[in-house]
Design a protein around this ligand. Structure first.
Ligand code: NI
Length: 196
């Protein structure tokens, strides 16, 4: 069991991308179970409303971490999740999608709002950002790796790419590899919902 849990933690932590420079994966952190991922946060959504961890209660949530300037992984993940929602049918309508910014400097609520309006992305995505310290606290709670790379206004942020599946109690259920096919991700989520 301990091995499985450690493997889970490594999976969550090791998938970093979104920067051509590519940073080394962070050191694996020994996890003591599901409770080790997640925790309180206080951020603002794309309308400027304050949101905390209660956002994650009452329905299944696919949460991931990224930024609006991300050239590849984040927009692809959002398009994938749009397909996943369709594949899930009625269960998909209930699946909440949350994008937490790893780039609070540029990702203002307004920037998130404009970004998430893209027709290729799912409807109703909740974009979260906030003061850098608040964002850093949320990233730490979810053991997310994020590191600025490059100089000047066109910097990138190397970041974890896993999708975190959160159960209706607001607790971390399992990580999902964001680059898998939508039908595989939908199958994973269906299984999680069935097993819960
Ligand atoms: Ni990204």
């Amino acid at each position: 069991m301990r091995l499985i849990r450690s493997a889970l933690a490594v999976l969550v932590l090791a998938s970093a991308a979104c920067s051509p420079a590519g940073e080394d994966a962070p050191k694996p952190v020994r996890s003591t179970g599901k409770a080790a991922v997640g925790g309180p946060f206080r951020l603002v959504d794309q309308t400027g409303a304050v949101r905390d961890e209660s956002l994650l209660k009452g329905r299944w949530t696919a949460m991931f971490f990224g930024f609006t300037y991300c050239p590849d992984v984040c927009p692809t993940t959002l398009q994938t999740l749009a397909e996943v929602k369709e594949q899930l049918g009625p269960q998909g309508k209930d699946l909440q999608i949350v994008l937490v910014s790893v780039d609070p400097e540029r990702d203002t609520p307004e920037a998130l709002k404009a970004y998430l309006a893209n027709d290729a992305f799912p409807d109703g995505v909740v974009g979260l950002t906030g003061a850098p310290a608040q964002v850093a606290q949320a990233l730490k709670a979810y053991r997310v790796y994020a590191k600025k790379t490059g100089e000047g206004p066109d910097y990138l942020v190397d970041h974890s790419t896993a999708i975190y599946l959160i159960d209706p109690k607001g607790e971390f259920d399992r990580p999902i590899i964001s680059t898998r096919a939508p039908e595989e991700i939908a199958a994973d989520i269906r299984k999680a919902m069935r097993d819960a």
